[in-house]
Structures are given as structure tokens and as C-alpha cells.
Design a protein around this ligand. Structure first.
Ligand code: NAP
Length: 283
């Protein structure tokens, strides 16, 4: 392997140490950042995510509350809880773990979260503010990608970034954040012809597709930075990304591993957003 590894875990630990310092400072002014997490139903993966979020709160000295609701909870009951949390001073951030059971409309739930507590960054007003470049709570995984680039000295400014994937939670927002950081951005998706050729033009490739090892070594320009957002479970139970790591790491200049690359950044950026929301209250 010739590429340098972008060590997401290490960078995430650095950011968490910075957050811890800020929390200690805030305490003297009587404010403790608080996060409320809502889980509806018993999806096993969601349960793990929620546990990890509560653990991160505990490690960083945040106040946290986890609301575990049954899969039969009605949309009205969920919206009522969100309304209460919107008004609760000890809670600066509200996160509803997705996906929700089919009978609950995701959009209605996201729209109900107060914008200043929208630590997932999915509320249409948060998204709009991000697009126009105003101050906003940014979506966590895309913001984590930008941190990884900046903290490894790979500023996107003036670079050609190719993003593969255009979902609302990763591809689209990461493209907009790269644009905000002055990259020239190409967004690719399932209808993009000649994907390998487009990818080969990139100084920075961000893969957020959900297809194991889609991005091959010959899709990468020598020396390029490769950020692999994908998390895919292989039949043998191992995790792998959307990039063929063995091949791409022989060509790239920098590359994220899976696991241990983008993954650890997501919860850390959630904590950073909650701190930011609490600081907003401290003004
Ligand atoms: P998604 O909603 O399924 O979107 C996938 C995107 O990839 C779509 O825009 C789709 O194009 C495009 N696509 C699918 N197959 C393609 C192909 N063969 N060639 C080119 N484009 C293709 O997925 P997502 O939620 O963005 O997640 C993407 C990956 O990131 C998944 O592996 C997910 O597990 C992972 N993820 C990781 C984190 C983390 O914290 N590390 C967070 C979120 C997601 P169309 O729009 O044309 O359908």
C-alpha cells in the first residue's frame, strides 16, 4: 500500500478531546450540553447506534436522555414528544433515529424538530441555510468528511472533487459542503455514464453508494484523496466500503479505511453539533 491512511478514529478522538475542553469551560457558566435521542421500534442496528450516542454523551460530559418507544407508537405521540423536547431547556439537540416504522412519515417528524435543536442537520431550514452558506447545524457524516480532509492537510479549495452518490443524507450535502470549501464538484449517481472515467479526473473522490468495492484502483488518479463513506456487510460478516481498498490504496495519495475512517466521525460531529447548539443558548 502506498497511500497514507486517513485515520478517522484518531482524528475523531482529537475532536472529542477538544469538545471535552469546551464542555468543561461551559460548565462554569452553568450550561451542560444536552442531547435527546428517540428510538422507535427495535431495529437491532438502530439500537447499537443509539447506545453509542448515549455512550458518547456520557464520555464527553453531556446530559443525555434516550426515549425508547414501541414500534406501535403513533405519529401523533412521537410529534407530541418532540414538541416537549423542543421546549425543554436541558435539551439542546434532538435526534430521531432513522429509519422509522412505515406508519410514521419521516418528513413530518424531521420538520417538527426545532431548527436550533436539529443536530442531525436534516431539517429543510438547516439544509437551506447550508446551501446558501449561512450558519447552520451541518449533517454529521458530510461534515465529518470535510473535517477528515482539512485535518489531514487536504483542503478541498481549488480541487476537483467527484462525489459518487446523491442521497439527501450523504451525497448531496457532502457535495454542497465541498463546494462551500471551494472545490469544483461533480456529482455522480446510478445514471452517470462512464463513471470510472469521471472518477479518474478527481483530486478527491468521495464514494457514498452502498455497493461493496464499486470503486476500483483504475478509477483513481495517482495521488488522489479517496474518502469511502460506504459501510457494507459482506456474506462472511466482515465490513467493507464502496471502494476496493486493496486496489485503490496502491494508487491513491490518501485513503480512508473501512471501518475506522468516516464511521467514527459521524457521532463525533453529532456531539460537536450538540455543543454548538448549547453554545447558541449560551449567547
Ligand atoms: P443511498 O440513499 O442508497 O444512496 C446511494 C446513492 O448511490 C444514490 O444516489 C444512487 O444513485 C447511487 N448509486 C447506487 N448504485 C450506484 C452505481 N452502481 N453507480 C453509481 N451510483 C450508484 O445510500 P446512502 O444513505 O447515501 O449511503 C451510502 C453508503 O454510505 C452506504 O453504504 C451507507 O451504509 C453508508 N453510510 C455511512 C455512514 C457513516 O457514518 N459512515 C453514514 C451514512 C451512510 P441514484 O440516486 O441514481 O439512485
Amino acid at each position: 500500500m502506498s497511500a497514507k491512511l486517513i485515520e478517522g478514529k484518531k482524528i475523531s478522538d482529537q475532536i472529542r478531546a477538544e469538545i471535552k475542553d469546551e464542555v468543561a469551560k461551559l460548565k462554569s457558566s452553568g450550561i451542560q450540553p444536552g442531547l435527546a435521542v428517540i428510538l422507535v421500534g427495535e431495529d437491532p442496528a438502530s439500537q447499537v447506534y443509539v447506545r453509542n450516542k448515549a455512550k458518547a454523551c456520557e464520555d464527553l460530559g453531556f446530559y443525555s436522555e434516550v426515549h425508547r418507544l414501541s414500534a406501535e407508537t403513533s405519529q401523533a405521540e412521537l410529534l407530541e414528544l418532540i414538541g416537549r423536547l423542543n421546549a425543554q431547556d436541558s435539551v439542546h439537540g434532538i435526534l430521531v433515529q432513522l429509519p422509522l416504522p412505515k406508519h410514521i412519515e419521516e418528513k413530518a417528524v424531521i420538520d417538527a424538530i426545532a431548527v436550533e435543536k436539529d443536530v442531525d442537520g436534516f431539517h429543510p431550514v438547516s439544509v437551506g441555510n447550508m446551501v446558501i452558506g449561512d450558519d447552520a447545524l451541518l449533517p454529521c457524516t458530510p461534515a465529518g468528511v470535510i473535517e477528515l480532509l482539512k485535518r489531514t492537510g487536504n483542503s478541498p479549495a481549488g480541487k476537483h472533487a467527484v462525489v459518487i452518490g446523491r442521497s439527501n443524507i450523504v451525497g448531496k450535502p457532502v457535495s454542497l459542503l465541498l463546494l462551500r470549501e471551494h472545490a469544483t464538484v461533480t456529482i455522480c449517481h446510478s445514471r452517470t455514464p462512464n463513471l470510472a472515467e469521471v472518477s479518474r479526473q478527481a483530486d478527491i473522490v468521495v464514494a457514498a453508494v452502498g455497493v461493496p468495492k464499486l470503486v476500483k484502483g483504475d478509477w483513481i488518479k495517482p495521488g488522489a484523496v479517496v474518502i469511502d463513506v460506504g459501510v457494507n456487510r459482506l456474506p462472511d460478516g466482515k465490513l467493507c466500503g464502496d471502494v476496493d481498498f486493496a486496489e485503490a490504496s496502491e494508487v491513491a495519495g490518501w485513503i480512508t479505511p473501512v471501518p475506522g475512517g468516516v464511521g467514527p466521525m459521524t457521532i463525533t460531529m453529532l456531539m460537536k453539533n450538540t455543543l454548538k447548539a448549547a453554545l447558541g443558548k449560551a449567547k
